[in-house]
Design a protein around this ligand. Structure first.
Ligand code: PMP
Length: 481
């Protein structure tokens, strides 16, 4: 597979100004205005903890011993294993701090409702704090985010509102807008708002960065982190620039996101990505791009296989964004020829637990074009080692998005179980069941468009065996239906 990774030109971006952030002024205040905030909530001790919230932080920093070496990278690679936090991610740190800081300032009191728009991990961190401290928790979350995150949130007692992934951040359907609407409707409700809340970067300024400095005895040459809200990278970078001024901070941004600088590096025809939690279509206020020295752009094709390698080769049970940041960091180290004695620290944000039915599954990886079929390793998979000829599959011809109810019905009656629908690229498929449901619910006639019957969960088809992927997907779908 061709690498998707590219590095921003060092001279072109230099330092961004705060005007690059829509409300740049907040950045200064984010870090500076909270001088009275407690420096850390985490006592460094193995003694009994008063609650699980005291177990957040003090995560291990672990050397990679195989993957960089196999990639011909000579410098030292250390990974900060944030997946060992009690809720499974780095966002436990801000969940705890945002709730406790809001309590301390008198903004919230137990019994109130907390609402948060999140890609899942902040929700889990906040739901954990809400469960311990006694708040009702409502989470608005894009549909793209894994069911594993939803299950964890529900178990923690959070109420979930799922929103369309494709909704732009400022559209009324986005998870951010829906949270704001709920806030207006529900009495005693509060949005602590990770996108603007100073407690977000502060958690990393006072805690994560201090831990790194202690763990590395103050010697760190590069830190790589992939921002979502940007709280992690901004908070860490601020502290590191004070204590370790020569250390370079490298931001990693998925193709399809617009956080990186210079902005031309964001140009791509990629419109979406599967890695969860990183990148955005707007610049969050807590993302301080003035403290990021350089950016690397990376696509799913490099990120998700790298997450699988970290698990398989290093025993590091991390999530997809960890693969993203390691893939980018290794590429950077190779391109910049970082030699022996150079120390790179990479922040691994979350754990395998969120993705058991996603990138952990060979089936999912193959359907999405991130693993080739000849690499299918699970001998229990029915398709392992079976040739196409033996499968005796017939190719299914896709229809256009103007297909009518009558045409779709006719094709489905010929034994096709899943009818692919294209609009330049595959947008979804129609089944007998989805068509009948629409005919009944919408009282549709044969000459009407069948577009509302399209089910949109389709793999992104990418490389040389792409048509084969399509066939196999429909076969797998047929077997299960
Ligand atoms: N990786 C994952 C898996 C995440 O959930 C997040 C948070 N959205 C990040 C990285 C980025 O963290 P931050 O919001 O602090 O930039």
């Amino acid at each position: 597979m061709k690498s998707t990774i590219r590095i921003g030109e060092p001279d072109a971006f230099k330092h961004a100004t705060n005007e690059d952030n829509e409300n740049g002024k907040l950045i200064e205040s984010a870090i500076m205005a909270k001088k009275d905030a407690p420096e850390t909530y985490t006592p460094n001790s193995f003694k009994i903890k008063d609650s699980i919230l005291d177990a957040v932080g003090y995560t291990p920093l672990v050397r990679l011993n195989k993957v960089p070496q196999a990639e011909g990278v000579k410098c030292e690679f250390l990974v900060k294993c944030e997946f060992t936090n009690p809720g499974g991610s780095i966002k436990d740190r801000i969940g705890r701090r945002m709730v406790l800081d809001a309590e301390k300032s008198g903004r919230i009191k137990p019994g109130d409702t907390i609402i948060e728009a999140t890609s899942g991990n902040t929700g889990i961190g906040m739901a954990l704090a809400a469960a311990v401290r006694g708040y009702r928790m409502i989470i608005t979350i894009p549909e793209k985010m894994s069911n594993e995150k939803i299950a964890t949130l529900k178990a923690l007692g959070a109420e979930i509102v799922r929103t369309p992934t494709e909704a732009a951040f400022d559209s009324p359907e986005s998870h951010i807008s829906v949270a704001k609407r709920l806030n207006k409707q529900i009495p005693n409700s509060h949005i602590l708002d990770q996108y603007t809340n100073p407690s977000n970067p502060l958690a990393h300024y006072y805690e994560t960065a201090e831990e790194l400095l202690e763990q590395c005895d103050g010697k760190i040459d590069y830190i790589f982190s992939a921002p979502g809200t940007g709280g992690t990278i901004s908070g860490i970078a601020r502290k590191i620039k004070e204590k370790c001024p020569n250390c370079k901070i490298i931001g990693v941004d998925p193709l399809g996101s617009i956080l990186a600088l210079p902005s031309e590096i964001n140009e791509t025809d990629v419109t979406g990505y599967k890695v969860e939690g990183t990148g955005y279509d707007f610049i969050p206020q807590v993302l301080d791009r003035t403290v990021i020295d350089q950016w690397v752009k990376v696509g799913d094709e490099d990120s998700l296989p790298m997450a699988r390698r970290l698990i398989r080769e290093e025993g590091i049970l991390c999530g997809g964004s960890s693969g993203q940041v390691v893939a980018a960091a290794l590429h950077y180290a190779r391109e910049m020829k970082l030699g022996e004695g150079v120390r790179c620290v990479v922040i691994l944000a979350d754990s395998i637990r969120n993705y058991i039915t996603k990138f952990l599954s060979d089936d999912w990886m193959i359907r999405n074009g991130f693993m080739e079929l000849d690499k299918l390793s699970d001998p229990n998979n029915a398709l392992s080692g079976v040739s196409w000829e033996k499968l005796g599959l017939k190719e299914v011809k896709p229809v256009g998005k103007d297909v009518t109810v009558a045409e779709a019905k006719e094709l489905l009656s010929k034994g096709i179980k899943h009818l692919p629908v294209v609009d330049k690229k595959i947008i979804g498929y129609i089944t007998n069941q989805s068509l009948v449901k629409q005919i009944i619910n919408r009282k549709m006639t044969g000459d009407q468009s069948a577009i509302s019957a399209v089910i949109k969960e389709v793999p992104i088809v990418k490389h040389r065996i792409s048509s084969i992927f399509l066939i196999i997907f429909f076969l797998i779908g047929t077997k299960r239906s």
